[in-house]
Design a binder for this molecule. Structure first.
Ligand SMILES: Nc1ncnc2c1ncn2[C@@H]1O[C@H](COP(=O)(O)OP(=O)(O)O)[C@@H](O)[C@H]1O
Ligand SMILES: [Mg+2]
Ligand SMILES: [Zn+2]
Length: 329
């Protein structure tokens, strides 16, 4: 998957910060050791000075070999003393070296000229962070979802809205708990304000906690992004990469986008691409199946009916109920 320049820059910035922190902490440990053991500081100085004298010996050239030999021996002796002082203070040489988050590449992001696994995973998480930047993920959790907003009056032998929504909530909790890249696709259907976005974000939250790459996108924003890209107004980062490759894609509010032949084709392309790649997608919509067939194509609607599990939302607009509760009498 290719990433834009911005993503590289921010991953490199994070690595630079990790390196700086590791080095600073190593300096602090060293300083603490030298405070406790001034002889070690002295030994360190002598090691530095033998290095300088060795360089001078080579440059002046006079009896270089003999002098270098002597300096080498001196150096070895000082190093041994340094090691002894470390041990006396219960330390190992590694204890004064930087502890990098990635011991393979020392937080440089590269290993023998190739990208290290830590850099790859940073690029991935940075691109998801950016895609999800505008989403109020933290506000929508299962804990903040209440069933008391749904009428509990049973209707002639049929379950009440609250019972139906209880099933919906339990299903979503279980889906989130057992989420994997083999989880089924979901289509959440029902009127406005019934909690579709809320529960899809709660699932997204749980999947992100488990370390999955999740992209949340309203269909309107998605179409706009793809349009910008298609018509050359984008920033050069092809948004369809992560849309197709992420572990879970959430397409919110299907049917509210500005509809055109471009948007239908773009949405179909993403939905179909994910079906072919066998990667789970959650779609939420206020549309009925009949409207879906009308707005898109029969091919699209039957794709969704055949390969998505339906999760039903019923009741009265919760957003409106909450607003009425707050309105002073
Ligand atoms: N069962 C619920 N408990 C608490 N808040 C809810 C519940 N259902 C919806 N909300 C809140 O009401 C508002 C509308 O819900 P939302 O999920 O956006 O509805 P939808 O996507 O179905 O139109 C949001 O602020 C959401 O957090
Ligand atoms: Mg919604
Ligand atoms: Zn690394």
């Amino acid at each position: 998957m290719g990433y834009g320049r911005e993503i590289y820059l921010s991953a490199e910035k994070i690595l630079r910060e990790r390196r700086r922190k590791a080095q600073e902490e190593a300096e602090q440990r060293k300083a603490a050791f030298y405070r406790a053991c001034p002889q070690a500081r002295e030994a360190d100085r002598r090691l530095a000075s033998t290095a300088v004298r060795a360089a001078k010996a080579v440059l002046t050239g006079k009896e270089a070999r003999g002098r270098l030999q002597k300096l080498k021996e001196e150096n070895r002796a000082v190093q041994a003393e340094y090691g002894r002082l470390l041990a006396e203070h219960g330390l190992k040489p590694e204890d004064l070296k930087p502890r990098y988050a990635c011991s393979k590449c020392g937080d440089t992001g590269y290993l023998d000229g190739r990208m290290c696994a830590c850099m790859k995973s940073l690029l991935r998480s940075e691109s998801y962070r950016r895609l999800n930047e505008l989403t109020p993920l933290s506000l929508s959790t299962f804990d903040s979802f209440s069933l008391t907003w749904y009428p509990d009056k049973a209707r002639e032998g049929r379950p009440s809205d609250r019972e139906i929504m209880g099933d919906t909530l339990r299903f979503c909790v279980a889906y989130a708990r057992h989420f994997s890249t083999r989880s089924p696709n979901l289509i959440m259907t029902g009127g406005t304000g019934l909690g579709k976005t809320h529960l899809s974000l709660a699932i997204a939250n749980a999947a992100i906690q488990k370390g999955f790459g999740v992209v949340y996108c309203s269909v309107g924003d998605l179409v706009k992004k793809l349009e910008d890209e298609h018509f050359g107004r984008g920033d050069g980062t092809d948004p369809s990469g992560p849309l197709l490759s992420c572990d879970l894609l959430i397409l919110d509010d299907l049917g509210t986008e500005f509809r055109s032949s471009f948007s239908s084709a773009a949405i179909y392309g993403i939905v179909n691409g994910r079906l072919l790649a066998k990667k789970p997608t959650i779609i939420s919509t206020n549309l009925t199946v009949k409207e879906m067939m009308e707005y898109y194509s029969e091919r699209f609607a039957s794709r969704i009916i055949g390969s998505y599990r339906r999760v039903v939302f019923v009741g009265k607009d919760v957003r409106q109920q909450k607003r009425l509760c707050r309105t002073p009498k």
